[in-house]
Design a protein around this ligand. Structure first.
Ligand code: ADP
Length: 559
């Protein structure tokens, strides 16, 4: 097989445009951006305010079929599509999530796209970028420090140290911090208690920042966050600890959207990055709304498959943010569909049209689901070099039989050129098919009713069972009046069910909800179905082992 250039090699060959030029393309004045070096900038609140009266562009969501662990190319296709839209003369911006250092050094790698559809400077975006994740880590851990200090200094709020729910965070995969003991060493060192670390992107701060309308709204959300329960079982909030002001201060720049560019110099907003399993998995609402004001076609992405990411985008983010999506692109790959047709992961590179035909059921269900939200749908087949003509033709035929638009996408190999057909189809779809977006459930329903709708309508399970502990938690949230919020499902991304091995389109299964808790600041109720990793570990051979920086500062191994 031919040798391919790595992502970083491709990125380094492109001469970036100064960010002030990119800002001009979005209609921003020079004094409305805050430069972070020559190629990155934050967009000021003044610009956001000035653009508020502008008309919104069209909102396009990029989602995917149930993925393999490597991902099916949502970011790559999102970037390729925005490049393609610009190529056909449309004014388009892409709004994506910020990568976390955990996956960068672990298995998955960076999250700045791939091949000829990347956002740059990819090294910066994948590493410290503009420091947003570090600011969130600091704000989160300030709250943890204030809480433990409160207990140490007399505990006026009567916090039950056995019932502290707030966790410390770090933007790193570090399994040895999952369960720890703090406060060892004697009277002056605090009270001894069990504690836990999460990865920063799993924190409620990240979710709340991404759902905030502005800094004031963020402060209100921070104050609402429940950090512990007192000895009477009543919630104690960050507001009770008078923490929100200092936390918001640490986040005052992190809340401003970041502007960078694609390899084809089109504007890209990269801002916020909540996990898609424990949180809602989309970039910030502020960036999405701003992007809609600055472009005619805003392309954005939601994490994992459409059962998780798109459902939360549509039921949480769009509902809370008053967004009206116009079209959905479902990214499908032949390799993942073959996996859904029963092919083992080691044999996905071998042609197998029968397995592909069988695995199509997974894509078919995602198409049906998105139509239930009232949205026009187009399938983007993300082409890999291993895909054969027979496989590609079959997939295109199957989509046509299904009555859905389909486009063969070569964005990884060709950049925007490889998405011209997709761009034309998306524009045409938006012009000819009206979106009738509506969330799938009513927030005023009970928690169990909302759960049943998601499981039956989207996952196609037969039944939801709550463990006795989860039932108690639901009752408690009802008593506290915290039950009329959207649901954020925490479920494996590898299956419609809660069993990661049940690939394809399983039906009639039972989903067990083990844990129900409120993210009062973010504004949703997390329903956990199985053991969801909130502090990942590193693999036997971490990606970090192959990385290096040379004397001139250039990097290798960052994919
Ligand atoms: P997702 O957003 O769905 O998680 P990404 O766009 O991040 O997926 O892509 C996952 C990985 O797969 C990246 O390393 C990317 O470079 C690679 N990739 C995506 N599309 C292709 C393709 N068509 N051919 C080869 N590699 C690809």
């Amino acid at each position: 097989m031919a040798e391919f250039k790595t992502d970083i090699e491709i990125a380094n060959e492109v001469e970036m445009e100064p960010i002030v030029n990119v800002a001009k393309k979005c209609g921003l004045h020079e004094d409305e951006i805050e430069n972070y070096g020559k190629y990155k900038a934050k967009i000021s609140f003044d610009a956001i305010e000035r653009l508020e009266k502008e008309k919104d562009g069209k909102l396009i969501l990029v989602t995917a079929i149930t993925p393999t662990p490597a991902g099916e190319g949502k970011s790559t296709v999102s970037i390729g599509l925005t490049q393609g839209l610009n190529k056909i003369g449309k004014n388009s911006i892409v709004a994506l999530r910020e990568p976390s250092l955990g996956p960068v050094f672990g298995v998955k790698g960076g999250a700045a796209g791939g091949g000829y559809s990347q956002v740059v400077p990819m090294e910066d975006i994948n590493l410290h970028f503009t420091g947003d994740l570090h600011a969130m880590t600091a704000a989160n851990n300030l709250l943890a420090a204030l809480l433990d200090n409160h207990i140490q200094q007399g505990n006026v709020l009567r916090i039950d140290s056995r019932n502290v729910t707030w966790k410390r965070v770090l933007d790193m995969n570090d399994r040895s911090l999952r369960n720890i003991v703090i406060g060892l060493g004697g009277k002056a060192e605090g009270f001894v208690r069990e504690d836990h670390f999460m990865i920063t992107v799993a924190s409620e701060i990240m979710a709340a920042l991404c759902l905030s309308h502005d800094l004031e709204d963020l402060k209100v959300r921070l104050a609402r966050m429940i950090v512990a329960y007192n000895l009477d079982g009543e919630p104690v909030t960050a507001g009770d600890l008078q923490a929100q002001g200092a936390m918001a201060m640490l986040l005052k720049d992190a809340i401003k959207p970041n502007l960078v560019q694609t390899l084809e110099h089109t504007p890209a907003l990269i801002h916020g990055g909540p996990f898609a399993n424990i949180a809602h998995g989309c970039n910030s609402l502020i960036a999405t709304k701003l992007g809609l004001k600055m472009s005619d076609y805003l392309v954005t992405e939601a994490g994992f498959g459409a059962d998780l990411g798109a459902e939360k985008f549509l039921d949480i983010k769009c509902r809370l943010g008053g967004l009206n999506p116009d079209a959905v692109v479902i990214v499908a790959t032949i390799k993942a569909l073959k996996m859904h047709g029963g092919v083992p992961k080691t044999e996905l590179s071998t042609e197998n049209v029968e397995a592909l035909e069988k695995g199509f059921a997974n894509l078919g269900r995602h198409i049906e689901n998105l139509k239930k939200f009232g949205l026009p749908v187009v399938v983007a087949v993300n082409r890999f070099v291993q895909d054969t003509d027979a496989e590609i033709n079959l997939l295109i035929e199957k989509c046509k039989e299904y009555g859905v638009e389909v486009s063969l996408c070569e964005v990884w190999a060709k950049g925007g050129e490889g998405a011209i057909d997709l761009a034309n189809k998306v524009v045409n779809l938006i012009e000819t098919e009206k979106s009738n977006y509506k969330p799938i459930y009513d927030v005023e329903d009970t928690i169990e009713e909302k759960l049943n709708i998601i499981v039956k309508e989207i996952y196609r399970g037969g039944k939801v069972t709550l463990t006795p502990a989860a039932k108690k938690q639901v009752k408690k949230l009802e008593e506290l009046g915290l039950d009329k919020m959207p649901i954020c499902m925490a479920k494996t991304q590898f299956s419609f069910s809660d069993d990661p091995k049940a690939v394809g389109a399983p039906e009639g299964f039972e989903i067990t909800v083990q844990d129900v808790r409120v993210s009062a600041g973010a504004g949703f109720i997390v329903c956990q179905t199985s053991n969801i990793m909130i502090m990942p570990g590193l693999p036997k051979v971490p990606a970090a082992n192959k990385m290096d920086v040379k004397a001139d500062g250039s990097m290798v191994g960052l994919f």
